[in-house]
Design a binder for this molecule. Structure first.
Ligand code: ADP
Length: 140
C-alpha cells in the first residue's frame, strides 16, 4: 500500500465539485484515510509550494491557493502516487487525457482543480503539512 496527498483546490470548492471529484477518486479504488476543509494563508500556500519559488507563476499560484477553502486528503492504494496522477491528468487541462479530473473540470494550467504528490517521499512531507498523526485514521 502507498499513500499520496491530494488537495481539492479552491476552484474545485467554488464550483461545488468536491463530491464529484471524491466520487471519481473512490471509484478508482483509493481509500480516503484523512480529509479536512481548510484555508491556506498566503504564507502557508507559499511554504507548501516553496519548490516553485523561482518559477514565474509562483505569485499567481500562492494567490490562487489562498483565495478560498480547499480540501486536503491523504489517499491510500497500491501504486497511489502514479495512479493518482494518471487519474487527474496533465497539469494543463488542454493536454490532459479524456476522462481525467482535470480534463473534465479544470479551466486552466493554474486553476486545475487538484493537487497530487509527485513521489511517495513528497507525499509523506505534504501529509505532515496538513495532518497530525491523530487525524490519520484508516478504520475499515
Ligand atoms: P502538477 O500540479 O501537475 O504536479 P506542477 O508541480 O508543475 O504541476 O505545478 C504545481 C502547480 O502550479 C500546478 O498544479 C498549477 O496549479 C500551477 N502551475 C504550474 N504551471 C503553471 C503555469 N505555467 N501557469 C500557472 N500556474 C501553473
Amino acid at each position: 500500500m502507498e499513500r499520496t496527498l491530494t488537495i481539492l483546490k479552491p476552484d474545485c470548492v467554488r464550483k461545488q465539485l468536491i463530491g464529484a471529484v471524491i466520487d471519481k477518486i473512490e471509484r478508482a479504488g483509493f481509500r480516503v484515510v484523512a480529509m479536512k476543509k481548510t484555508r491556506l494563508t498566503q504564507a502557508t500556500a507559499g511554504e507548501f509550494y516553496a519548490v516553485h519559488r523561482e518559477r514565474p507563476f509562483y505569485g499567481e499560484l500562492v494567490e490562487f491557493m489562498s483565495s478560498g477553502p480547499c480540501v486536503p486528503m491523504i489517499l491510500e492504494k497500491e501504486n497511489a502516487v502514479a495512479d493518482f496522477r494518471t487519474l487527474i491528468g496533465a497539469t494543463d487541462p488542454a493536454q490532459a487525457d479524456e476522462g481525467t479530473v482535470r480534463k473534465l473540470y479544470a479551466d486552466s494550467k493554474g486553476e486545475n482543480i487538484v493537487h497530487g504528490s509527485d513521489s511517495a517521499e513528497n507525499a509523506a512531507v505534504e501529509a505532515g503539512f496538513f495532518f497530525s498523526a491523530e487525524e490519520v485514521v484508516r478504520v475499515d
